[in-house]
Write a protein that binds this ligand. Structure first.
Ligand code: SF4
Length: 593
């Protein structure tokens, strides 16, 4: 019973769904809003006062012409005679669960195939799966607020660096480090061959910005309807799963960027702005929108409607130009749904931390819940070289407040073309952001591995601790850099100060003798693998020989003979004796001072 004055007492917020399927731990649930799959909020942060409320419309309010609404006693719309479904959205509107929806439900165990179908029909979930790519190696996945937060990795050859083989290698690397989709943003080399190789080799959906290849060998001024439509059809035939099309930048928006510190930072947005100024005409992508929709529908390519006016610095965030474009993105979403095309919408960019929630919730309202796919956002501009960190702080907030997919940023952002290790750093930073948000949102099962790792850590079971780590090689290398034996402490605090070891002595459960975490045999760490050695070498602090010499010294200082575990006094008490001592201690009267 607390003896604090009544005014100082506090209450814990309501705890909703449990993010751990095993209901483990003393914090069993999430403080986020009550989950509402099948509604506009799905998994959702509580609203700060003044935030835009969700739209009360969905893709059901933007049906293609000729469909008949359900009559009394019916639940489904009826398409016009002779109409055949093509896209996942078409099938969902008919009430059909496709093989891709069933696969998505397997990969998102908290969703049933019917829930996946219903979210696709509402326009809140997309399954980017070009029919051509499905004929190769694509493993269908989904993007939407009812599912776990996804991560995209960008790659692509530039005119000054990289090649097709290198890009395919980066694709494999991005898949290994957890990218859910990959965008090929090549602007140099053999664009067609690189795109083809990436589509054929990928198990994840591939996105592109088709305008890049449309202007190769031609001036932007010479872009016309024929080039645009043929270019889109060519890439759709190759199997690209989603297209970024910057149709939302309109001529009337251009005066709004004049006062910005950094103008237009989207490549597609700046190219189309130049086209509009030269020709004194509307954005051709906007004017051709209905024809573009028909091409995408034939192959079930998903739109990723580009934000050509995204802010390129904190000072330009949430300005008139950005929000005017966002309103047009909402209009384009409605028009694409009328063609049966799946839609996600792209978002910023560089946004101060306090403005992120507003940006996410405004998009949810204006685009009627269509998945929001955001770049970062970066929450500060002064850390070039570390923008994977500045942006993954923003990305965590974005995912918590409404983004469905996060486009990674690497340490090379603003500075150069990412190499393999930059891709890894970006992927890991963004897996952290996505996972942190999913746990906070209370998506069922998302915390299971965290809880397992906590148990392994409490039991000082290093093998399991490292096996459960997202990057076991790096975790093992860092552990062994200082202490190449697995014992009841690590080099961070040392034996006498290891609170986990002391706690392990106090409570039976955390004694490491829990059945799942039995740790009876002395263990000697395996020698480092070549990959782990490389991680240490890349750190450039000590040569591997030096690290091992120091680690061996530590081990012998701890009294370990060659090939044996260093001992500490918790090893001297057997299970029963440890338990008896703990119970005696717990029963003992507090000592007087
Ligand atoms: S020594 Fe410190 S960091 Fe290492 S296991 Fe013990 S408490 Fe954790």
């Amino acid at each position: 019973m607390s003896d604090r004055p009544a005014d100082d007492r506090f209450e814990r917020p309501t705890v909703w769904s449990n993010p751990s399927s095993r209901a483990q731990g003393t914090t069993p649930g999430s403080f986020a809003a009550r989950p509402e799959i099948g509604g506009p909020r799905s998994f959702c942060s509580p609203d700060t006062p003044g935030m835009p409320q969700p739209s009360d419309r969905t893709a059901w309010d933007f049906m293609p012409p000729g469909w008949t609404p359900p009559r009394a006693g019916e639940t489904r719309w009826t398409p016009p005679p002779g109409w055949t479904p093509v896209t996942q959205l078409d099938f969902a509107r008919l009430g059909v669960v496709t093989a891709e929806m069933a696969r998505v439900a397997e990969r998102e165990p908290h969703l049933t195939p019917e829930q996946v179908r219903d979210e696709v029909a509402a326009g809140r979930l997309v399954i980017p799966a070009n029919k051509v790519h499905l004929g190769h190696r694509l493993d269908p996945m989904c993007i939407g607020r009812a599912s776990r937060t996804k991560v995209n990795a960008n790659m692509g050859a530039s005119p000054v660096s990289s090649s097709t083989a290198e890009e395919v290698e980066k694709l494999r690397w991005a898949e290994r480090w957890g990218a859910d989709t990959v965008m090929d943003l090549s602007t140099g080399g053999d664009l067609d061959a690189t795109r083809d190789a990436i589509v054929r080799n990928s198990t994840v959906p591939i996105g592109t910005v088709p305008i890049y290849s449309m202007i190769l060998g031609r001036r932007i001024e010479d872009l016309d309807a024929d080039v645009i439509l043929k270019g889109l059809e060519h890439q759709a035939r190759q199997g690209v799963d989603y297209f970024t099309v910057h149709a939302g930048v309109r001529r009337e928006h251009l005066p709004l960027v004049r006062r910005r510190l950094i103008g237009i930072v989207s490549r597609g947005g700046s190219l189309l702005a130049k086209w509009m100024l030269v020709h004194r005409r509307q954005n051709p992508m906007y004017e051709l929108w209905d024809e573009i929709c028909e091409i995408l529908r034939r192959f079930d390519v998903t739109f990723s409607i580009g934000d050509g006016l995204r802010p390129g610095g904190l000072a330009d965030a949430t300005d008139e130009a950005q929000l005017a474009e966002l309103e047009t993105l909402g209009e384009l979403t409605e028009r694409a749904w009328r063609h049966g095309v799946q839609v996600m919408v792209e978002g910023p960019g560089h946004v101060p931390f306090d403005q992120i929630e507003y940006n996410m919730k405004l998009q949810r309202r204006l685009c009627h819940g269509a998945p929001f796919y955001v770049l970062g956002p970066l929450v500060t501009d002064i850390f070039p070289g570390y923008d994977h960190i500045t942006s993954c702080i923003g990305a965590t907030a974005a995912a918590y407040h409404g983004a469905a997919m996060l486009c990674y940023v690497t340490p090379k952002e603003h500075l150069g073309l990412p190499k393999k290790d930059d891709v890894k750093q970006g992927c890991i930073a963004y897996r952290i952001a996505a996972h942190a948000a999913d746990v906070a949102l209370g998506i069922p099962g998302t915390r299971d591995r965290d809880d397992e790792l906590t148990k392994a850590r409490a039991a000082l079971n290093w093998e399991k601790h490292i096996e459960l780590s997202f990057d076991p090689d790096t975790a093992r290398a860092y552990h062994d850099e200082d202490l190449d034996v697995d014992t009841d402490f690590c080099a961070m605090c040392g034996h006498d100060w290891c609170s986990v070891r002391i706690s392990k002595e106090i409570v039976e459960f955390t004694s490491g003798k829990d059945a799942d975490y039995a740790w009876r045999q002395p263990k000697v760490t395996e020698a480092l693998s070549a990959e782990q050695r490389e991680i240490l070498e890349r750190r450039g602090v000590l040569a591997p020989e030096e690290i091992h010499r120091l680690a061996s010294k530590t081990r012998s200082r701890m009294g370990a003979a060659t090939g044996q575990k260093a001992s500490c006094h918790s090893d001297y008490a057997d299970d029963e004796e440890a338990l008896r001592l703990q119970e005696d201690e717990l029963r003992a009267e507090p000592a007087s001072r």
